[in-house]
Design a binder for this molecule. Structure first.
Ligand code: CP3
Length: 344
């Protein structure tokens, strides 16, 4: 008998199809849970919660106490990287993240050594979660992909069209490439440290893979993600990676085939027949229920869950939403979703 516990979600990322799809949910720890809102109050600010291992580990584990999920995802945020590199991030209620926008001259001051030091509490959170997590549950680490993180660093906030960062990439090509280099390096260090602290798999969140022509997509999305996967595997051989290029649409196939990720996260706009017609047979996929179907529940959700499971039945599939759960989602709908997937 193998001494290593079977982790269905990790096995799926590595390409083994399971009898039923394992399930986790993006943003599964968060505001739709009263116990999250309670812990969040104790922490003070949102980043204080991310940097307090005791509380961050508690919040990471909360959804697994309620729902029979197959994985815990580290509770942190993609914007701890700029914060750690020396560009402070604030979260203001109702506003989302705010940073002082980075100029071309500021890039040389980003400090990789400081970043590794600053992120120690996040690694401590992973160690605590690992120690508390049942063996068969997969522990997911993550970071934001360089382009997505750069959009916040350059604009100082989120924006629907990433105009500021897209323009900067064209007007200041050298400074922009240097920024991507710094983010690639910081991400490799950070993800390698996450594996050392107990992560089984990591997800690259490329939340703003939309609005790019194919030349920009190759430069800003494919190349940095490919370099992270390659650099990470030099430190952690065979490191399992899920890539989630949200909105990649017609560029999705190239992302899947050129970055080296093990598994591809699909957003909810990806047609269910797309993987079969376009992606390599056997490539694991993750997704892709519209979070609004989970919010509304009932008929809006149930039929679609069955369709998703049927559509991906011939390849390794991890059930998930096609983007993060929204705060007003009723807990009973999450319970029902997990039940539906588990009885497949
Ligand atoms: O999935 C999880 O449960 C793990 C934790 C996690 C959070 N953010 C916690 C969070 C993860 C993996 C993220 C990723 C993240 N953060 C992304 C990529 C995924 C995506 O949603 O596209 C992005 C773009 C961010 C940046 C970010 N963080 C924004 C734009 C916001 C504000 C919007 C919002 O939902 O409030 C956050 C805040 C944030 N990150 C919250 C949580 C639980 C809410 C903060 C609160 O408690 O008030």
């Amino acid at each position: 008998m193998s001494l290593v516990a079977h982790k269905p979600l990790l096995a799926t990322v590595k390409g083994e199809r399971q009898g039923r799809p394992p399930i986790w949910v993006m943003r599964q720890a968060g505001r739709y849970l009263p116990e999250y809102r309670e812990t969040r109050k104790q922490a003070g600010g949102f980043l204080d919660l991310c940097y307090t291992p005791e509380l961050a580990a508690e919040v990471t584990l909360q959804p697994l106490r309620r729902f029979d999920l197959d994985a815990a995802i580290l509770f942190s945020d993609i914007l701890v990287i700029p914060d750690a590199l020396g560009q402070p991030v604030r979260f203001e209620v109702g506003e989302g993240p705010i940073l002082d926008p980075l100029g071309a001259k500021d890039i040389a001051r980003l400090d990789l050594a400081r970043a590794q030091e600053h992120l120690q509490p996040v690694l401590e959170t992973l160690k605590r979660v690992r120690a508390a997590l049942p063996q068969e549950k997969t522990l997911i680490g993550f970071c934001g992909s360089p382009w997505t993180v750069a959009t916040y660093m350059l604009a100082g906030r989120g924006s629907p069209d990433q105009w500021v960062a897209r323009r900067f990439a064209l007007e200041h090509p050298e400074a922009f490439d240097r920024l991507l280099d710094v983010l690639v390096e910081a991400s490799i260090d950070y993800l390698a440290a996450q594996f050392a602290a107990g992560a089984d798999v990591v997800q690259l969140f490329e939340s703003w893979a939309l609005n790019l022509d194919d030349a920009a997509f190759a430069r800003q999305v494919i190349e940095p993600n490919r370099r992270i996967v390659e650099g990470l595997r030099r430190r952690v051989p065979d490191a399992p990676v899920i890539g989630f290029p949200r909105g990649a649409a017609g560029n999705l196939r190239r992302y899947a085939h050129e970055t080296g990720v093990n598994a591809l996260g699909l957003d909810y706009s990806t047609p269910l027949d797309y993987p079969a017609s376009v992606l390599d047979a056997g490539l694991p996929v993750q997704g892709n229920l519209d979070p609004l179907r989970l919010l509304v529940g009932g008929a809006a959700m149930e039929g679609r869950v069955a369709e998703i499971i049927a559509a991906f039945a011939d390849r390794p599939h991890i059930f998930n939403l096609g983007h993060g759960i929204v705060p007003d989602t009723p807990i009973s709908h999450m319970e029902r979703l997990v039940e539906l997937v588990k009885k497949t």
